[in-house]
Design a protein around this ligand. Structure first.
Ligand SMILES: Cc1ncc(COP(=O)(O)O)c(C=O)c1O
Length: 485
């Protein structure tokens, strides 16, 4: 990959190590004072980690107005991702998504987005007051999951909404599907719309030439990238990338400073610095291994009776222009069990934690931290499971929901008067809250959308499957908040 700077440098991590060498006597926060105030934790996680868990100070720069070591580290990150600017984030890509939408949309502005967006995107509509113009993602009925969006559907939405301000894209979807990004970006730009990309699951794309291209490489204006998911940095650490032109750097900075903590974790930020160095200097080599293992695993899994590890053969189906092979989705439908059940079996009987289970599939994420041995354990467990846990329990044949009808904007619904009713009585009501299985965190129904019979049946089904339902006031989802008094 082409970069301009010396990526062996880790300016922020070095500054932190230098600070630690000086044995500074801390009379600032955090109050654990290099771990002394929480000895049990320090002993478990290692004193060094707590010695560098410090707050902003002159020699360590400040996330809200970087002028020295954070600025240098962000510039290296921008160079690595081929963007004009990079902003470190310590509240995940969720915050990046919200900052992107806030930067581009004022209250009342329209934004075109697929309805299978993560909750952070739906929540960004509440925070910014933007109005969603949802595009139906393509559905793969065999797998029961949403794929990408088509150029035609985005084009149609733009033509029907010439006043829209931005197009929001997911690159790739949780399961690895990649839309025809370049063409969509070109169509959006031709019509004056900014392109914002949720790249929570694509942090590794830039670092191997056999992986799909990143949104920024293809000309998108902004992208929020979860380095912590597939790039090796610590949980919560992400970056927001900007290509200047349609969007001004200072507007982004203002949006970030509105919601961002004033005590950004140096552990998280310095892990971004080191992950970037690793990805630029060794990414091609590491990801070649990851791809080799994943391809071999896919082949082996596809030889197991009853299992289907989907991958690049989906390219060419509607909404799948490319596919991220490091997402190892396995359809367990022909074993006669649900993906939820397979997820539990793998965890309880084989000590294997996969990323998610849905109705027909499980999803394993293969990344920079995996080894040939760890992947072999997964394949062996799947083989054993396919013998021991076949069943005839599964009767469902179609699961993916169509976009619910939007009655009022998510923000108006958020601020509206609400009442709580039984879930089974909610048909026809307008939802006052989001309900989702997490992961993947895609709202089944969002504030302002009409609750239909299919939604109620689906939520009941998920409850029966002991799926982790989230974001409702009632933690057991027997009740639901709807609009009205
Ligand atoms: C598609 C998508 N976007 C955004 C996010 C939020 O990312 P983060 O966990 O880094 O806040 C997720 C999290 O799973 C996601 O799946």
């Amino acid at each position: 990959m082409k970069t301009i700077r010396n990526h062996n440098n880790t300016p922020l991590f070095d500054a932190l190590k230098n600070y630690n060498k000086r044995n500074v006597i801390p009379f600032d926060v955090p109050g654990h004072k290099h771990g002394n105030g929480i000895p049990e934790f320090a002993e478990y996680i290692g004193k060094k980690a707590l010695e560098i868990d410090v707050n902003s100070m002159k020699c360590l720069d400040n996330i809200s107005n970087p002028i020295s070591v954070i600025k240098d580290a962000e510039e290296l990150m921008a160079d690595a991702y081929c963007s004009d600017y990079a902003f470190f984030l310590v509240n995940g890509t969720s915050f990046g998504v919200q900052a992107m939408v806030m930067t581009v949309c004022k209250p009342g502005d329209k934004i075109i987005m697929p309805r299978n967006a993560h909750k952070s995107a739906i929540n960004s509509l509440i925070i910014s007051g933007a109005i969603p113009i949802y595009v139906q993602p393509e559905i793969n009925d065999e797998l029961g999951i949403a794929m990408g969006v088509t150029v035609e559907n985005i084009k149609k939405s733009i033509m029907e909404n010439p006043d829209a301000k931005a197009v929001f894209l997911i690159n790739p979807t949780y399961y690895g599907a990649v839309s025809k990004m370049k063409e969509i970006i070109e169509v959006a730009h031709k019509n004056g719309l900014a392109v914002l990309v949720d790249e929570a699951h694509g942090a590794h794309f830039r670092y191997h030439d056999e992986l799909p291209k990143t949104g920024i490489e293809l000309g998108a204006d902004m992208a929020a990238v979860s380095l912590h998911k597939t790039g090796g940095s610590l949980t919560q650490s992400s970056v927001l990338l900007l290509n200047e032109g349609l969007i001004d750097k200072n507007t982004v900075k203002t949006a970030l400073n509105l919601l961002q903590t004033t005590s950004a974790s140096y552990l998280l930020m310095s892990s971004l610095d080191v992950a970037r160095k690793m990805l630029v200097t060794k990414g091609q080599e590491i990801l070649s291994r990851v791809l080799k293992y994943t391809r071999a695993a896919r082949q082996e899994i596809n030889n197991i009776n009853g299992l289907y590890a989907f991958g690049k053969e989906l390219v060419g189906y509607p909404g799948v222009y490319n596919f991220d092979e490091t997402k190892l989705g396995v359809c367990v439908r022909n074993l006669g069990i649900t993906g939820f059940k397979a997820y539990d079996i793998l965890r309880d009987k084989y000590n294997i934690q996969v990323e998610l289970g849905d109705v027909f599939n499980i999803l394993a994420i293969i990344s920079v931290g995996d080894t040939e041995e760890s992947i072999k354990l997964l394949v062996d467990a799947l083989r054993d499971m396919s013998f021991k846990y076949r069943s005839s329990e599964m009767k469902l044949d179609k699961v993916a929901l169509k976009n619910p009808e939007v009655i009022i904007s998510p923000r108006d619904a958020f601020y509206a008067k609400k009442r709580v009713i039984k879930l089974e009585d909610a048909q026809g009501e307008i939802s006052g809250e989001s309900i989702m299985a997490y992961p993947p965190g895609i709202p089944i129904v969002a504030p302002g959308e009409r609750i239909n019979k299919q939604i109620i049946e689906y939520i009941k089904f998920l409850k029966n499957q002991h799926s982790m339902l989230r974001d409702t006031e009632d933690p057991y989802v027997d009740n639901i908040k709807v609009l009205g008094i």
